[in-house]
Design a protein around this ligand. Structure first.
Ligand SMILES: C[S@@+](CC[C@H](N)C(=O)[O-])C[C@H]1O[C@@H](n2cnc3c(N)ncnc32)[C@H](O)[C@@H]1O
Length: 268
């Protein structure tokens, strides 16, 4: 099994949505305008640490996610999954979790999309799943597939923003967030509340903080101009927050140029 590599302290490149009415509460650096938009770094400025935390999550209501992660995307993701199985990074997370013996465990999958993790872990012996997603079309896709596989009665689907409804969601042995923290504005709240729900294992996939990924995300956000914007958060911040929630790093691996896959364990 790949060894845990302690996270390097990296600078973040969070790109906020200027289309939102969000307020930006964190320290602003010389890299950002007062609306949190990304600008060219002025010359001869001190190095910036442009992490922006959006405290007002109005832009991330389930309807915003539902319009972006819509029927068309859900159908396309489901078709790809049926043809080729999970994406490489999702597959790496599933393998790392299976190595921890998931038989008899419960799963809380947040932002699971069409549910690749759910389907694969149910097949590996997970007894029940709570699937929380802000996109109704993705939840429908996940339900369609689990019913097709005969696991439909073992999954509870919840349509909503987990960061707002966490109190009503039961804890589970395993909690997963696959490519979710990078699309949710108040990612720290999402991370903390989801970590608190993990009794044993916590699996997360998020973008690597590299120049290539920064440029790619910037281009993606400019091209899509949708209600959902992607962001990069520093490894060190993610690790620190999860440690503060009682979790310990157990597995970390980058998959391709973009994705970091990590598994944490609850300290006993
Ligand atoms: C990039 S997609 C990833 C889907 C799937 N995990 C995958 O990797 O293919 C992000 C998903 O997270 C969901 N999402 C984002 N923020 C969420 C939140 N706060 N609560 C629930 N779901 C959320 C979106 O609706 C969407 O389905």
């Amino acid at each position: 099994m790949p060894r845990w590599v302690p996270a390097q302290l990296k600078r973040s490149a969070t790109l906020s949505s200027s289309a939102t009415r969000s307020t930006i509460s964190n320290q602003m650096s010389a890299c950002e305008t007062s609306r949190g938009e990304w600008t060219r770094r002025p010359q001869r400025q001190p190095r910036c640490s442009p992490t922006i935390v959006l405290k007002d999550v109005m832009a991330a209501t389930p309807s915003a996610f539902g319009s972006f992660y819509n029927e068309k995307r859900a159908a396309s993701d489901l078709r790809k999954y049926r043809e080729k199985g999970p994406n490489r990074w999702t597959g790496a997370l599933i393998q790392a979790l299976k190595a921890e013996d998931v038989a008899g465990a419960t799963l809380l999958d947040i932002g699971g999309g069409i549910g690749a993790i759910q389907h694969e872990l149910l097949a590996a012996g997970v007894t029940s799943v709570t699937s929380v997603d802000a996109s109704a079309p993705y939840l429908d896709g996940a339900r369609e597939e689990s019913e097709r596989r005969g696991y439909g009665d073992r999954v509870t689907y919840v349509h909503g923003d987990f960061a707002r409804i966490a109190d009503s969601i039961p804890a589970a042995d395993i909690v997963t967030l696959d490519r979710v923290v990078n699309v949710y504005p108040d990612w720290e709240r999402l991370l903390r509340l989801s970590a608190e729900r993990a009794r044993r294992l916590y699996g997360v996939v998020y973008p690597r903080d590299t120049p290539f990924v920064r440029v790619s995300i910037l281009a993606l956000n400019l091209a899509l101009r949708g209600p959902v914007r992607a962001a990069i958060h520093p490894d060190a911040a993610i690790e620190q927050m999860l440690r503060e929630s009682g979790l310990t790093p157990h597995f970390s691996r980058s998959v391709g140029p973009v994705w970091q896959v990590a598994v944490y364990r609850r300290r006993v």
